[in-house]
Ligand binder design. Structure first.
Ligand SMILES: [Mg+2]
Length: 209
């Protein structure tokens, strides 16, 4: 079974529980949502530029009761363009940068897909695998990845969960996992939709493919 990589942890390590959590997860793409993306990938920390306001937006989502998960396609890892360790440095810089902007901008979990498009892995977006694994980790469930989320959704309630991303692949992953999908302008990032996310939570027609 393909599994995603996890930031500076083994995939099966337990995730800290949170009292009073209603089960809602904000699944966030990384590049174009939290930081500025690059056509040739963010390959090192020097190329990382956080989008202004991303830390405040993450903090606002946390305050609204969401746990925050980053799910990012990083095929250059398996293609040998950079290593798992290089990626860990970049992801840590994202985590640190968000906290620098807002000390409440805590990320609960960072998962990445090292698979190349031709691997056809369910763990690479638009496959739902990273979202499934994140849900299972946060809910203390055994890990299982399937292309058919219907096989899994009876076992948990995604509540107000959503996926935000700038690409078709993100919207596809949202659809396949069975949560709302919000398209983000890659030049603005999560800040550009934060009002919609917080004000129109019950508005179920936000799915865009
Ligand atoms: Mg992106």
């Amino acid at each position: 079974m393909d599994l995603p990589g996890r930031h500076r942890a083994e995939i099966n390590d337990p995730v800290e529980s949170l009292d009073g959590w209603d089960g809602s997860i904000a699944y966030l793409d990384r590049d174009g949502v939290l930081n500025i993306g690059r056509e040739d990938y963010v390959k090192n920390v020097d190329e990382l530029v956080l989008l202004e306001g991303a830390g405040d937006a993450v903090a606002a989502l946390r305050k609204a009761g969401y746990r925050i998960v980053v799910v990012t396609n990083q095929s250059p890892v398996n293609r040998g363009m950079f290593s798992h360790d290089d990626l860990a440095d970049i992801n840590q810089a994202v985590i640190d940068g968000l906290l620098q902007e807002n000390s409440d901008a805590h990320i609960d979990l960072v998962l990445y897909s090292p698979y190349a498009p031709w691997d056809n892995s369910p763990v690479r977006k638009p496959g739902p695998g990273m979202l499934q694994v994140a849900r299972q980790l946060l809910s203390g469930m055994p890990l299982e990845v399937t292309r058919n989320s219907d096989l899994l959704t009876e076992r948990f309630d995604e509540g107000r969960s959503f996926m935000a991303g700038d690409r078709d692949a993100d919207m596809g992953a949202a659809y396949q996992h069975g949560v709302r999908g919000f398209r983000v302008n890659a030049n603005v990032g999560i800040t550009g939709i934060i009002d919609r996310l917080l004000d129109d939570e019950d508005d179920g027609d936000a799915l865009e493919i």
